[in-house]
Write a protein of this length. Sequence first.
Length: 377
Amino acid sequence: MICKKCASPMAVILRKKDHYCENCFILSTNHKFRACIGKNKVLSPNENVLICLSGGVGSAVLLDLVHHGISLENNKKLRIVPHFIHLFDDNVPEVSDAILKKCQKYNFDIYFVHLSDYLNNNTQLPEVNQIVALKEDDKIKFTRLLNCMPSTAANDYLLKVKRHLFIKYAKQLNCSAIFTAETTNTLAINLLCNLAIGRGSQVQNDVGFCDVRDEKVKILRPMKDISKEELDYYVKIKKLVSITRTNVKSNSLQSAISSFVSDLQQNFQSTISTVCKTADKIGDYEEDKASGKCVICKSALFTKDMKLSALEATNISKTVSLGNMNFQQDLENNSELLNILENNSNNSMFPLINKYLCYGCSRNHSEMSKPELLQIG
């Protein structure tokens, strides 16, 4: 077998049919990374960019791609000013040490922020290259908050926590953009998870190339065209060090969907690409129809513009299950019933919806065993 680009001996097989030598594969991966940024035209030259590192395979490759891009001396040079951040917890302390060593190898500085910092509104940037210990009370409070949610809700909420912290520190570093390391596989899984938990209206921001929910900081996904298969080859060829870990709790909807997609991809190589192409075709709601923003995920809240929605149908089912004796009479006048369900919080399964929270966040809130731990409003 020979490389399809240069006729050198083959070293990499992608999609069971595409053969590359090591050099052509590395060049191709770097081109995908730069092309994804270039074709979307959202970055200005020498713009401050916050780059998020988790310690996994994706962030190890992202770190190497950024280093290679800014080291070039030709017109393909990545013209950004990178800043690095890692969100850590106390469960896997060796991850932070490994990330610090990798950044020092590339001569980059990095900030370490504990996840419980989400609960503090007035915290400032920590010391660079220092893993600063926070108050034990804050760590305990944050752990209690996650533990009072079911696994699916906790996984979803943790993503919103990380997004909040990334944007918070991006603003303190005067960064107008954030790079994250989601790959094609990750985004395909996230799309199906979003649809399953009621975040279909947020797909464009959660899965697309650019998250524009914040007016000052954009979240970009420059590795969205790179698959996990390519990541594994890249790490092997470059001999990069990564720590395999997952932040997704087991026995959750996210873990089940991840296993389903991964298993399907093994037998049907176009599974993930098909899902991602479908995501690219999903549009967003018009912002001028928004009545506000969710206090947790910052997604737009929309006033009711349909005669009957899935949420209202759920509330009707609840009304029936509670044995409302006047339900049949109310049903004859549909508009009156919908008005009752919308304005009477006692009849709604999600009392905070459309006032403070979107559907997805209000659903997570309703499933908490101690909802008072989540400060809203």
